[in-house]
Every structure is written in structure tokens, then in C-alpha cells.
Design a protein around this ligand. Structure first.
Ligand SMILES: Cc1cc2nc3c(=O)[nH]c(=O)nc-3n(C[C@H](O)[C@H](O)[C@H](O)COP(=O)(O)OP(=O)(O)OC[C@H]3O[C@@H](n4cnc5c(N)ncnc54)[C@H](O)[C@@H]3O)c2cc1C
Length: 594
């Protein structure tokens, strides 16, 4: 008897609850691991046979009409599917890929005369996203109506959270609205995390005859073919002015998708000492190792949070199969780096639980907090009365400049270009960009969330929309409401990019701007160029070169016409280093020009 296993965001062999459950099953002789590329989330017109038209509308977002799954994530996904194919082949199986809505694919299989008589079950893992629950419901209905009671329809707990559902201190519906209250009930966190499931040594063979892909689509037979089919429609870019990839700039996320690469990445983080140093480096902006870069692997289910935790435990206990190259902290128990990684993974769980608690309110402009109450206040955002965001229609120029990275605020432009060019940008940069769009520009935060959904390699429905809500002041943030999180992007640049390296890397036209206080002021806010030049006078030989570079910047749109003027005064106070330590003094003002 055959089992159809529908894979979703559980694209791995190890620590996989369905593969694990099959170990003890006597019901099935063959298993069909099936991944469906669904036109609800991924554009599929690149799979059409020559000259055919797609029966589906283009897969675009609701408000901004962006491609829902952009070029970076499709690449990472294609690589991951191929890696899984190899993994399954090594166990005597394979991965079969189909294009169409999941229920249509199941319908096709259950209506196939020969194949359907042998199908005894359809299994899949739970995914708590609103659309994913709808998809599950439709597949379930199809199985029930066509399977005639003889087909076992099972939905498994995906087991991809750090904390097992049965170990949660509260039911998801009673989740506290403050993360800290939730976290405290799970301490000591290290003790509350289960071990991953053992990896299988063998697996079931594929059914001998599998019905092919339905007309009008064709499934490529190589990774390159799959990649090309996914990328083809996306060549029509959503960006008005796609930024160039600056020469000499390296992506902070050059990683390949897939289960085996996920494990290689974690082993590298442990062995190099990056995991142990994480707490001190996690707010970085440049390079591969300042943070784990595991988000893409986790969001596709190439690895689970519990597997990451198991690696941390072997490091802490000194029981890793090979000792780390950088052995700092090895065998010395939990350290602040490994504890901080667990802490962030718990945030991930929390975002998922918020999604379960609030359902489709994840996508509501009013967020989890609900529509504004009439408090008499005229404040603009969040929970207060008269709340109104500028729509995309009202702010299309400003939004386009945000998207293209030409706002005239260095940190924001660097991050938005990095995102468009690589599919990744750091948590620090994401917070600043979300705050810039939602709080400084007052634009409907959902358009920003949709753009991130399109571009991010690590897009995760709960983490993306939940974090956007949080920063916009409509989510589960005790400091939210009204103003949300107003980050000063110039102060943040001084604090987290103190030599201007990050801005120079991604904003190519500023790549030659030198160091020194005045130059940094211009890097972080190009509209300062005249003020800095006037202050400086003609200067010596070095000054002249500098001056020419700065004068050239007068032409760029960000310096002529910044979207926001942030006034920020940096002055020395008793040798402090800056920012939080009291070495800088900050004044902000807000002025919208678009
Ligand atoms: C506006 C905005 C949008 C975001 N969208 C996403 C998204 O679509 N997908 C996504 O995985 N993360 C998202 N995040 C959270 C966070 O920015 C990324 O998880 C992190 O930057 C990924 O890099 P990393 O793997 O190196 O993280 P690390 O700093 O190494 O953290 C380790 C892991 O913890 C989890 N994590 C860390 N921070 C958060 C957080 N704030 N919320 C939830 N989980 C977290 C991630 O799984 C991450 O891989 C978003 C944050 C903001 C502010």
C-alpha cells in the first residue's frame, strides 16, 4: 500500500516526525515524498510548456502586487529541494516535484485509475499559517471525498519549534502578550528542550508507477532547470531602479539551501567560535558570521530549532564528535553566546504562537492589538484614535525610493539594497527599515511586510508579519502602541556602523567617501554634504580629494532630496564611546518631503 507524504516547510530527512513515524508503520510498502510548487505562493508560469498559458493568476502580493516569492528564496528553495532529492535517493527513495494547487495534485493522484487503488494514506505536517491551514482543509476534503474512507488522512505536529507543544506552560490561545512573561515560564530554557528524533538509516521505495505532471506544465529534471523555471517570470523586476551589485562587495548570505548545508553551517558556527561569541556580535551588519544566518534553513525546515540546540549542547558539554577549531568555552556549559541563540530561537517560537493565537489578524493593519480605541488622542499610529497609515497609492514615490534604497538615509539605503541584491539583511537593519517605513514615513506597514516577503531568503510568515507589527506598534510589544518603535537611523548608524563600512559597501555611489567625522556624517545622511563642506574649508591635498568625492555626492537624489531629515548631533562627552553609553547627544526632528 502507498503513502503520499506531502512536504511543506519540513524539507529534511532528519528530525522529521513523519519519516520518524514511518519507521514503525506496517501499513505501507511504498512512500511517495511529494513537494508541490503551488501557484498560491510561488509563480509557476516558468514551468509552462512552450506557447501555453497559465491557468492561474500571477502570484503577487495583495497590496503592493509584488511577486510573493522573489528570486532569492526561489533559488534557496530549489537548492534545498535538490539536496533533499539527493538525501532521499541515498536512502533508496526520491523526491517528486509537481506544479499546481496541492488539492488538485492530490485529486489527480486519487483519480488515477491504477495508482489510486493502491493509495492507503496521505500525510502532511501542520503549518499554522492562515493560508496553509486553508490549504490543509482543502486537501483533507479532497482526500475524504475521493478516498472513500480507505485513505488514512493524517496531519502531524511539524515539531519544528524549540519547545515541544506538550511542554508549553500555556495553551497557545492563552499566550501572554508580552514575550518576557512567556520566556520566564520556560526557564531554565536549556532544560526544557527535547532531543531531536534519530535519523533513519533506510526509507521506503517510491511507488513503481507515478502519474506524471498534469498539462500544461513540465517538471525539469535538473537543478538548473528547476532554478530557471522558478526564476524566469521574476526577471520582470518589481524594482523601478534595481541597484547594481557593488564591485568588491560580498554578500553576508552566500549560503546554499538544503538540509546538508544547514548542518555544515551549524558545525562551522560551533567550530569557529562564532556561536560562543554570538551575544557580542549579533548586532553586526557586515560579514557572514556576526549572526548565525540559520533563519533561511529554519524557515524552510532544512533544520529544526531542536537540532540546533542539540549541537549547542554537545559544545557546552564537550561531547562534539570533533573538538572545535576555536575551543573557547568548549565543555564549559552554557555560555552567554549559546544562551543568546536559544533566546532568539524562543522568540521564533513566540512569533509562531502569536500567529496561532491571533490567526488572520497577523495581516490586519491594526495588528494583534485590534482597531484603535477612541481615547481622544490624535496620535497617528497603533492603538490610538484616528489611526491612519498613508496608503501605497498616497505614498508611491516614497515607497519606491524605500524599496530601491534611495531614501537619503545611509543605513536604510544600504539595508534595502542589500536586501534586494542578496535576500538577506541583519536583524538590526530590519528593525531600522521597518521603523523608517512605518514610523518615520507613516506608510502602511503591510506594504513593507509584503516587500520583505518577496525578497527575504528566510521569509517566515509568523516571524515576518509578527516582527513588522512589533516595530510598527500594532503587535505584541509592551512599548508599542501610538509611536511603535522609532529607531533613529542616524544614531543607529553611528552606534552599529561606526566606521561607515556597511553603508559604503552597499551604497555604491558613496563607496569612495573616506573616514573621519565629517565624512561619516555625509555617509549616514548625504544631505549634510554642503554643511560638512562649508565647515571644512579648502583643506590640504588629502582634503582636496575628499572634497571632490563629497562634491560629487551633491548630485545623488538622497542628498538633494532626502525623504526624512533626521537631526542628530554627535558631541564628545567625557570620552564615552557613543550611543547608549552617553557619548552622543541626539536631537531628532521629522520632516517629510514626499
Ligand atoms: C521587520 C522584520 C522582519 C523579519 N522577518 C523575518 C522573517 O521573515 N523570517 C525570519 O526568520 N526572521 C525574521 N525576522 C527576525 C530576524 O531579523 C531574523 O530571524 C534574523 O535577522 C535572521 O538572521 P540570523 O539567522 O543570523 O539570526 P540570529 O541572530 O542568528 O538568530 C538565530 C535565530 O533566531 C531566530 N530569530 C532571531 N531573531 C528573531 C526575531 N526577532 N523573531 C523571530 N525569530 C528570530 C531566527 O530563526 C534566527 O535564525 C524579522 C525581523 C524584523 C525586524
Amino acid at each position: 500500500m502507498y503513502l503520499i507524504y506531502l512536504l511543506r516547510r519540513d524539507l529534511r530527512i532528519s528530525d522529521n516526525p513523519i519519516i520518524h513515524a514511518l519507521k514503525d508503520s506496517t501499513r505501507y510498502t511504498h512512500v511517495l515524498p511529494l513537494y508541490v510548487i503551488s501557484p498560491s505562493q510561488i509563480e509557476v508560469s516558468g514551468f509552462l510548456k512552450e506557447g501555453m498559458e497559465s491557468p492561474y493568476p500571477e502570484t503577487r502580493s495583495r497590496i503592493g502586487k509584488f511577486w510573493r516569492c522573489g528570486p532569492h528564496r526561489t533559488r534557496f528553495l530549489a537548492e534545498g529541494l535538490w539536496d533533499l532529492k539527493h538525501g532521499l535517493r541515498s536512502l533508496g527513495s526520491d523526491l517528486v516535484v509537481r506544479v499546481g494547487r496541492m488539492e488538485e495534485i492530490i485529486q489527480g493522484l486519487l483519480l488515477d485509475k491504477e495508482f489510486s487503488t493502491k493509495v492507503g494514506g496521505v500525510w502532511m505536517a501542520k503549518d499554522w499559517g492562515y493560508e496553509e491551514l486553508e490549504e490543509e482543509r482543502r486537501v483533507g476534503t479532497t482526500v475524504d471525498s475521493l478516498g472513500g474512507g480507505g485513505v488514512e488522512w493524517k496531519v502531524f505536529n511539524g515539531e519544528e519549534t524549540l519547545i515541544h507543544e506538550d511542554d508549553l506552560p500555556v495553551k497557545p490561545s492563552e499566550l501572554p502578550d508580552v514575550f518576557t512573561s512567556f520566556r520566564k515560564r520556560l526557564e531554565p530554557l536549556r532544560e526544557n528542550i527535547r532531543l531531536p528524533m534519530p535519523s533513519p538509516e533506510s526509507f521506503y521505495p517510491l511507488p513503481p508507477l507515478i502519474p506524471g505532471q498534469a498539462h500544461p506544465f513540465v517538471i525539469p529534471t535538473s537543478l538548473e532547470g528547476l532554478h530557471d523555471a522558478l526564476q524566469k517570470p521574476l526577471k520582470q523586476s518589481d524594482l523601478e531602479f534595481p541597484p547594481p551589485f557593488p564591485a568588491y562587495t560580498k554578500s553576508a548570505h552566500p549560503f546554499t539551501g538544503g538540509e546538508s548545508y544547514a548542518h555544515t553551517r551549524v558545525k562551522h558556527l560551533i567550530s569557529s567560535g562564532a556561536m560562543a561569541a554570538y551575544k557580542d556580535t549579533r548586532n553586526g551588519l557586515v560579514g557572514e558570521d556576526f549572526s548565525t544566518k540559520l533563519s533561511g534553513y529554519l524557515s524552510h525546515g532544512f533544520i529544526t530549532a531542536r537540532q540546533v540546540n542539540a549541537y549547542l549542547v554537545t559544545f557546552e558539554d564537550g561531547t562534539a564528535p570533533s573538538s572545535p577549531t576555536n575551543g573557547d568555552g568548549y565543555g564549559n556549559g552554557e555560555n552567554k553566546g549559546t544562551a543568546a541563540v536559544r533566546f532568539e530561537l524562543l522568540w521564533r517560537d513566540y512569533m509562531r504562537l502569536c500567529m496561532r493565537k491571533y490567526g488572520h489578524r497577523l495581516f490586519s493593519v491594526h495588528g494583534f492589538r485590534g482597531p484603535p480605541q477612541n481615547t481622544g488622542s490624535r496620535r497617528h499610529h497603533g492603538k490610538t484614535s484616528g489611526a491612519r497609515w498613508r496608503t501605497l497609492f498616497e505614498s508611491s514615490t516614497a515607497f519606491s525610493r524605500f524599496q530601491n534604497g534611495t531614501t537619503g538615509t545611509g543605513l536604510i539605503d544600504a539595508s534595502m539594497r542589500e536586501l534586494a541584491l542578496t535576500g538577506y539583511t541583519s536583524n538590526r537593519a530590519r528593525q531600522n527599515c521597518a521603523s523608517f517605513l512605518a514610523i518615520w514615513l507613516g506608510i502602511d506597514w503591510r506594504v513593507g511586510a509584503e516587500w520583505y516577503e518577496s525578497m527575504l531568503v528566510d521569509y517566515d510568515v509568523a516571524s515576518n508579519w509578527g516582527n513588522w507589527q512589533y516595530v510598527a506598534g500594532v503587535g505584541n510589544d509592551p512599548r508599542g502602541g501610538g509611536e511603535g518603535r522609532r529607531f533613529n537611523p542616524v544614531k543607529q548608524a553611528w552606534d552599529y556602523d561606526p566606521r561607515g563600512e556597511y553603508v559604503r559597501m552597499w551604497v555604491e555611489e558613496m563607496g569612495d567617501v573616506g573616514g573621519g567625522q565629517g565624512n561619516l556624517e555625509v555617509l549616514f545622511q548625504p544631505s549634510k554634504v554642503d554643511e560638512v563642506l562649508a565647515r571644512r574649508g579648502s583643506g590640504g591635498v588629502e582634503g582636496k580629494t575628499d572634497r571632490r568625492v563629497l562634491e560629487g555626492l551633491r548630485l545623488i537624489v538622497g542628498s538633494r532630496d532626502p525623504l526624512v531629515e533626521v537631526s542628530y548631533e554627535k558631541r564628545k562627552m567625557g570620552g564615552g564611546k557613543g550611543g547608549k553609553r552617553g557619548g552622543t547627544k541626539m536631537r531628532e526632528s521629522r520632516e517629510l518631503t514626499v
